[in-house]
Structures are given as structure tokens and as C-alpha cells.
Design a protein around this ligand. Structure first.
Ligand code: NAG
Ligand code: NAG
Ligand code: NAG
Ligand code: ZN
Length: 458
């Protein structure tokens, strides 16, 4: 497909520009809509309202009954250890029905210092909701393995209610409510293991997808999303952090230089994905504000989005706003009258319900929209006041066309958008020296893709 149209858009010079907010998308909000807020499609709001704090509570409490879910714990008991937890999660996914295709993906992890001291089978429970119109995939995951104070102790009791039964429960509950939906794109709901030993399960999933050439256009891990209460009792129950990397640190130095060289350090695919999640999931349907953190992860910590970034996929991490370290990675004990350990009693199931809604709203929008534009470049052949962008127009029956977005270089999020139509290039009369540009796809159904940042053409 080749579009020859070039659009020359006459926009006032930058000096004269103000930066009004993007107009809100006009979702259907006719009679019968319970929620009449911008950015909240009616069907989505109805499905999200089915996400149940009671079911989340039941999943988390069940997951705390296996004594431990340490990756190196037993796999031969129906009631104790990670093998029993694996089989229970699988049977729950199987019960969701709809179009979910559920399987256990197992591989033999050899000894690997410092945290795998003997060969061990690591299993991911993977539920796939196939899309009807595209090979695009979006993944959400939580990890079902646990750890106690000593990361190498597979025998001591540990409940792992917040870290990360909360994330597993969120992902399972989203899978359940979406199981009967049909989207253009494919969704994967994963419960992975080996996280505490070194992100092994997620790495295996990411590498398997990469080896199969799967076009994963977004991945989110929900890890430690169980509570919003800090150790001093401060609560922040209506926000969730989303950690998103800047410069693509795990890609080649040439790719890193391409971003850094044009002030693109805030415009990696992971950052675009995070902006997208914040824009479609901070609303009345989720009851949450997504707070992007410009960082791969918290200091000294790692998470299951990292292996997806390493595989070259955009990925980010949801985590509660305030962590309480007495209830993470701690043996269950009372010391000086203080309870330590990762127990379900410290979880806020309605908070996890809202985090589940954030995941569901993000997936709903991603899976309904066209894919992120590919091979987007900005013309840097000659000096000029205009900015010309080029991309590959997708073959997609749902594709209505494209929008150019921009913002001042110091602004965190897009401030302006212009419709350019079903074309594969557009020229804007606004200097690329002064703003950050992006391109996104718009579906005939009104849903929009994440933004792609144009790298220099030469
Ligand atoms: C891994 O699982 C296979 C199949 O169940 C089993 O035969 C093998 O003994 C397991 N390996 C280890 C190290 O547990
Ligand atoms: C698009 O980008 C991919 C990945 O960088 C590259 O392999 C491919 O050749 C590009 N296609 C075109 C038509 O430029
Ligand atoms: C570039 O823009 C400036 C400011 O609007 C204008 O003075 C100048 O003539 C333009 N140059 C070209 C080559 O269009
Ligand atoms: Zn964790």
C-alpha cells in the first residue's frame, strides 16, 4: 500500500503557539450509558464493573494456603508447594470459559548462580485470548512464586499475598471478565514463576514469543499491587505507580544514541506505552490515577517487565504507591510486638480491584485500537522549518487513519493533535527543533493506538 498524499498543515509559528489540551475522544455516551465521562467507552465501563473484590480476595487467600510457592519448593504434592499452586491457577483459568486458551508452559532451568542451586522445572500458566484481525499481542502478568527473608529457603512458610498473589489475582480477574470479549488484537494473561530467583519465568515467556516472531506491542507486569498503606499508616488508595524506562537501555548503543541524540530520552516505546495507559486508565471507570514514574523500576529492585524490554518489547510495571517493607520478603514472625510477613490481612482487596480495572481498561483500549504505527521517521535530510514524518501504513480494516501529536520538549505528555488522514507521510509547518512529535493510528471505532516517536531518517 502506498499513499502519495502529503499534507501541508499550516500551523502558526511556534512562538505564537499556546498548548491547549488534546480534545477528549468522543466515546459513545448515549442513552443507557452508566458512565458519561470522556475516555470511558460504555461497553468497557460495564465489563470493568464486573471485576470483583470478593473474587480477588478469594484468589489471594487460596494462594496463601500452599505453605510456600517458592520456585525451588515441592512440585509433587497436590496441596503444598509451587506445583500445587501452579495446578490450582491452571484449573481456575480453565473455569473462566469464553475463548481463553489455557496452557502450562514449562522449561527445565539449569543451575544458575546465585539463586538456582539445582535444576528446576519453571512453569508459567499462559491464557491466550486470540484476536480476530491481527497478529498483534498485548501481555499482562503477575508472578506466583514467593520468597521469605532468605531467598534460597524453599521450605519456610511464606504467603506472598502482596508479592505477588495480588498481581496474579489482578491478572486472573481481568482474564475472567474479558474471556468472552472479541478484540482485533490477541491478549495474553500470564502467571509466571521464578521471579524472585531472577525473573526466569517471564524471561522464558518473552524469549519464546520473540523466537516465534510475535509482535508484542505492549506488556505490563503487576507486581506488589496489594495495598496503598505505608508503614506509618499513610494511605494513597486511588493511585498506582507505573514504572517506565526512558532510553532503551537493553537495546544496541546505536538505538540508544538515536533516541538520546535528538532529545528522545523521554520518548522510548516504554514511555509511550505508559502515557497511553495513564490516558486510558485514569478515569471514573477505574477510580484510579496512573502515576507514571520515569524509571525502569524502584532502586535495588527488578521486575518481570525487564525481560520483555530485553527482548525488544515495550513494557512497564504497575506497583502500589507506598510499599511496606515489613510485609515483603520477610519471614512470618512477630518481633517487638510487630507482625512481619507478607500476609493477606495486609491487603486491600478494593485497591487490587481498582488496579485490575486499570489493567483491563488499558488492555481494552490497546486491543480495540489499531496497532502502533511502524517505521516512523522524521525527515532530517535538509534544514527547514517544516517537519515531515513518514511511516508504513498498516493493512488493517479497522484503520481510519493517522494523527500527528506534539508537545513542548519540556512537557510530560502530548498537548496537541492533528488528524492527517489515511496517509503514510505528513508535513507539519512547525519546526521539529522546538517540539517533540509523535504519530498514532486511529481506528474506525474511535480507539487510538499508542504513539510512535519518529527517529531521524538519516
Ligand atoms: C521436570 O519435569 C519433568 C516432567 O514432569 C520430569 O520428568 C523431570 O523429572 C522434572 N525435572 C526436575 C529437575 O524436577
Ligand atoms: C521497518 O523497520 C524494521 C525494523 O527496524 C526493518 O527491519 C524493516 O526493514 C523496515 N521496513 C521498511 C520498509 O523500512
Ligand atoms: C523559518 O521560520 C522563520 C520564523 O517563522 C521565518 O522567519 C523564516 O523565513 C523561515 N524560513 C524558511 C526557509 O521558511
Ligand atoms: Zn514481586
Amino acid at each position: 500500500m502506498k499513499f502519495l498524499a502529503t499534507i501541508l498543515l499550516l500551523v502558526p509559528a511556534i512562538a505564537a503557539l499556546e498548548f491547549p489540551q488534546c480534545p477528549s475522544p468522543s466515546w459513545p455516551t448515549g442513552p443507557g450509558s452508566e458512565i458519561r465521562a470522556p475516555g470511558v467507552p460504555r461497553d468497557m465501563a460495564r465489563i470493568l464493573s464486573g471485576i470483583s473484590d470478593k473474587r480477588i480476595e478469594a484468589i489471594i487467600k487460596k494462594l496463601t494456603t500452599f505453605h510456600t510457592r517458592h520456585t525451588l519448593s515441592r512440585q509433587d504434592s497436590p496441596t503444598i508447594g509451587i506445583g500445587a499452586a501452579r495446578d490450582w491457577i491452571k484449573s481456575e483459568y480453565d473455569s473462566f470459559g469464553g475463548n481463553l486458551q489455557v496452557s502450562i508452559q514449562t522449561y527445565l532451568q539449569p543451575i544458575q548462580a546465585p539463586r538456582i542451586d539445582r535444576p528446576v522445572n519453571i512453569s508459567n500458566i499462559v491464557a491466550v485470548l486470540p484476536g480476530y484481525d491481527s497478529n498483534r499481542v498485548y501481555v499482562i502478568s503477575g508472578h506466583y512464586d514467593t520468597r521469605a527473608s532468605d531467598v534460597m529457603n524453599p521450605d519456610i512458610e511464606q504467603h506472598g499475598a502482596n508479592d505477588d498473589a495480588s498481581g496474579v489475582a489482578a491478572v486472573m480477574e481481568v482474564a475472567r471478565v474479558l474471556a468472552k470479549q472479541k478484540f482485533p488484537a490477541t491478549l495474553i494473561f500470564a502467571a509466571v514463576a521464578g521471579e524472585e530467583q531472577g525473573l526466569y519465568g517471564s524471561n522464558h515467556l518473552a524469549q519464546t514469543l520473540k523466537a516465534a516472531g510475535i509482535d508484542v506491542q505492549g506488556m505490563f507486569t503487576s507486581d506488589i499491587v496489594g495495598s496503598s498503606t505505608a508503614d506509618d499508616g499513610v494511605k494513597d488508595p486511588f493511585s498506582v505507580r507505573l514504572f517506565a524506562q526512558g532510553i532503551p537501555l537493553f537495546q544496541s548503543s546505536a538505538v540508544q544514541a538515536a533516541y538520546a541524540g535528538v532529545g528522545g530520552e523521554n520518548d522510548s516505546p516504554a514511555r509511550q506505552l505508559a502515557r497511553y495507559a495513564a490516558s486510558v486508565a485514569s478515569n471514573i471507570a477505574t477510580g484510579m490515577k496512573v502515576r507514571i514514574v520515569y524509571r525502569l523500576d524502584r532502586y535495588l529492585r527488578g521486575g518481570d517487565h525487564r525481560p520483555f524490554l530485553i527482548a525488544g518489547y515495550p513494557a512497564a510495571r504497575f506497583t502500589e504507591p507506598n510499599e511496606n517493607y515489613a510485609h515483603q520478603h520477610q519471614d512470618i514472625r512477630v518481633e517487638n510486638g510487630k507482625q512481619y510477613g507478607d500476609l493477606a490481612e495486609f491487603c486491600d482487596f478494593q485497591f487490587i480491584q481498582r488496579v485490575s480495572k486499570v489493567n483491563a481498561a488499558t488492555l481494552w483500549n490497546l486491543a480495540s485500537a489499531p496497532g502502533t504505527p511502524k517505521n516512523v521517521t522524521i525527515d532530517t535530510i535538509a534544514l527547514g522549518n517544516d517537519s515531515k514524518m513518514m511511516w508504513i501504513a498498516a493493512k488493517d480494516d479497522n484503520l481510519k487513519g493517522y494523527e500527528i501529536v506534539w508537545r513542548p520538549t519540556t512537557a510530560p505528555d502530548w498537548t496537541n493533535e492533528i488528524w492527517v488522514g489515511l496517509v503514510n507521510e505528513a508535513t507539519v509547518d512547525l519546526s521539529k527543533d522546538n517540539v517533540v512529535f509523535g504519530v498514532r493510528a486511529v481506528g474506525k471505532n474511535g480507539y487510538k493506538s499508542p504513539v510512535a516517536f519518529p527517529l531521524p531518517s538519516v
